[in-house]
Each structure stands twice: as structure tokens, then as C-alpha cells.
Design a protein around this ligand. Sequence first.
Ligand code: BG6
Length: 476
Amino acid sequence: MGLRKDFMWGGAVAAHQIEGGWNEGGKGISIADVMTAGDNVTKTPRRITDGVIPGENYPNHEASDFYHHYKEDIALLAEMGFKCFRTSIAWTRIFPKCDEAEPNEEGLKFYDELFDECHKYGIEPIVTLSHFEMPYYMAKHYGGFRNRACIDFFVKFATVCFERYKDKVKYWMTFNEINNQADPNPHHLVQEGAILAEEGEDLEQVMYQSAHYELVASALAVKAGHAINPDFMIGCMIAMCPIYPYSCKPVDVLAAEKFMQGKYFFTDVHVKGKYPNWVMRKFERKGYNLDITEEDLAILAEGTVDYIAFSYYMSYAVEAKETNPHYDYTEYDYVRNHFLKASDWGWQIDATGLRYAMNWFADRFDVPLMIVENGFGAYDKVEDDGTVNDDYRVEYLGNHIKSMIECVEEDGIDLLGYTMWAPIDIVSASTGEMDKRYGFVYVDKNNAGEGTLARSKKKSFYWYKEVIATNGECLK
Ligand code: BG6
């Protein structure tokens, strides 16, 4: 019973959201570097600009300045007893444009030093290769992953990282939340690597084509990684938000199931090495003539992953529509689940949904799971004495961790670890805000980019330290 003795407790971030140093050390511009700051209060969305425009506020340019603070930050994680730390390697530190013949040594050296710093404290680095930070040049010049040429750029980047860090990193992930693009909205398409569709194009078709190239790139990377070090554990990374039927009407149940298929078929391809039948039928029905070759299908079958990493923040609900006879998931709108409360950003809080999601994965896929993101974005108040009493964060994380432990103890699910999002305050991916805070460590910086960047410990810092020290037992 209980979590395994070597359970990997830790936290997760992504390079573009924490590092800053956007134009230091030979780094190129990434797509995150051309995204402006949004604001939840005024409901201002992030904008994607045509290159870096002087005078615009680009929050990822400095972010939490981890590039210069990483030693202090890793020491804080070590103080909490972290066993692991998930981050990404900024592609543009290694290949600033994407198609260079040789990697940028200064970028490679930065991650050598970062991983060494982790190991100094016995913290295992866990690495995502592509986390919403594709080279901007690749997007502009090649059209991003809608272009087959980008498969080779990714595989080369992955291979350079595998070779360089083969003795420092064991756990890898290829594409962060690859299935976000299943909601084919422009923001997700840009983040996942398919640059904006042209006027008049079918967004969904663009999404399936670029997702296919990403899946092939991922499978080739898995094969290359295993050849370099057979002990590597290389996973996929799925954004898991379970979708519930709005009622027990059979059509609502079927609508939810079809929606789950639409969002999570990426997992089938990554783990089983093939597309489910409904996907091919859908391409025929929609008249999509995609570039999917026999050779690609063989690569997908050979490059299957070792584990499923996933993020979990919330759940959704959906109601059937008479106007959607094919139960096409892209034609549904989510409906509010009145049984759940939501965060200030409207994310529905549902700890039970984590157990549902883990059972859903475990019933379908015979590989271990790893929770690599779970957290509560909230406005924090700094008291006059400098403390942050973030009981709401402790409540959210505590309830989700309890649900996770039930999955292991009662459902027998093979779970490798839990890396909450994000132990240090960082820039929000969806809104570009600093004030959407997830951390145990407060970073003195606001949405306008003002602040000293000083780090301080929130109340939750001490709580998580206890959770790790007792291997979760203190929550029982
Ligand atoms: C996940 C992403 O979608 O959710 C992270 O992998 C992101 O990059 C996290 O930061 C939380 O989302 P947000 O928009 O609150 O930062």
C-alpha cells in the first residue's frame, strides 16, 4: 500500500515561462517571445506579433529570470525535499533558428550547469523537449509543423539533447500537451507549432496535418533516444481534462465519449502506435487529403512511448446537439458543471476528476503514468510582514494528491511521480500574466513587469515540504 518508496515528488516549469534571458547566450527568438501580455481582469487576450516590436510588453523576455537565479531557485526546491524537477530545454538556446548545421554550445552549457546543480541536491531532472517554444524562424520561414521539413529539425534537436545529457537525464517527454491543438483555435495552433492558418483554410485540417508530423517527429525521437541510451524513459505529454456528459441522457453520454476520443486520440498514437479507426473515417467524411505515408505509419508503430505524462487542472462537461449528427467534437461548446466551483480564471476545480482520468488512462494503456502538472493559479496577497497565506493552494493540491494516492492504493495504478505546477511563480502560458500565481515561492514581479524579482517562501512551501517528507502520509 502507499506510494512507492522512490516516488518522484517535485515540481514542473517550462523554459519560456521561467528563464527569461530571451536574447542571451546566443538564444534565438521563440514563438513565446512574440506573445504579448494578456490580463484576466480586463479580459485582454495575448497577441502574437509579427516579430519583436519595440514598446510591446513581452512577459517571457525576462519571465522570473531563472536564467540568472537558477542556483538560488534549485536550492529552494532542495529545501522542500524535491526528488525531481521538470523543465524544458528551450529549443532556441540549442538551435536559435532551427536549421543550423551545429548546435549553440553556450545553450548546451547552460543546461549542463542546470542539471549538475539539480544532481548536487539529488534532484532528478525531467525534461520536456518542446514546450510551446518552437523557434520563431521555423514558424515564419517554414510554416511550423505544417511543413514536413520540421520533422527533421525536431529530431536533430532531440538527438543532440539525448546525446549531450545521456548521463544526466533519464526521463524525457517529446511534445508538451500535444493534444491541446485538438481545439483548433489559433492560440493553441501557434503554441503547439502549427503557425496560423492562411485566410480561408480549414483550421481543423491544418491541425491534423501538423499534429501528424509532430507525432512522426515524436516517434522518430523515441527511437533515436532508445538507441542512444536504452535506459531512457521517454514519454508523451497529454493535457487531460476529462469531459463529462451533462446528463445521463444516452446522447449526452455518447457526446462526451466522442469528445474524449477527439481530444485524446493522440495518446493512442503515442502508446499503441496507430490511429484509431474513427480518425481515418473522419478524414474521409471531411474530404481531408492528408500527407500520411505508409512509412510514417511504420514509424508510429515503432516509436511508441514508455510512459504517459499528463497535466491535470480541471474537468469539462458537454451536452449533445441535434445539429451535430456526427458527434463531431469540434462542434460542441463546453457547458458549465454546476456541481463544481471554479478558480478566478474559470477553471473548474475537480479533485475527483483526477481519479476518473487516471482510471481512464489505466484502463486503456498498459504503461506507467506520471502526473507532470497539477496546480492552482490564484491571486496571492503579500501581507505587511511579507508572508503569503495561500491556504486555497494547499486545499487544492491536498485534495488532488489525496485523489492521486487513492488511485495507487485502491485502484492499483502504476504511478511514477507527481510534479506540481509550478513551484516558483512564473508567467502564465495562456494569459501571459505574472499575477496568475502557482508557486510555493513568491517572485516579486507583477503583470506590468515591475518588481525586484526577489524570492520568498509562501505558507504552502512548508506544507509541501511535509508532504514530501512523509511520502504523502501526512494527508491521511
Ligand atoms: C499547461 C501548460 O497547459 O498549463 C503550462 O503545459 C501552463 O505551460 C499550465 O502554464 C497552466 O496554464 P496557465 O495558462 O495558467 O499558465
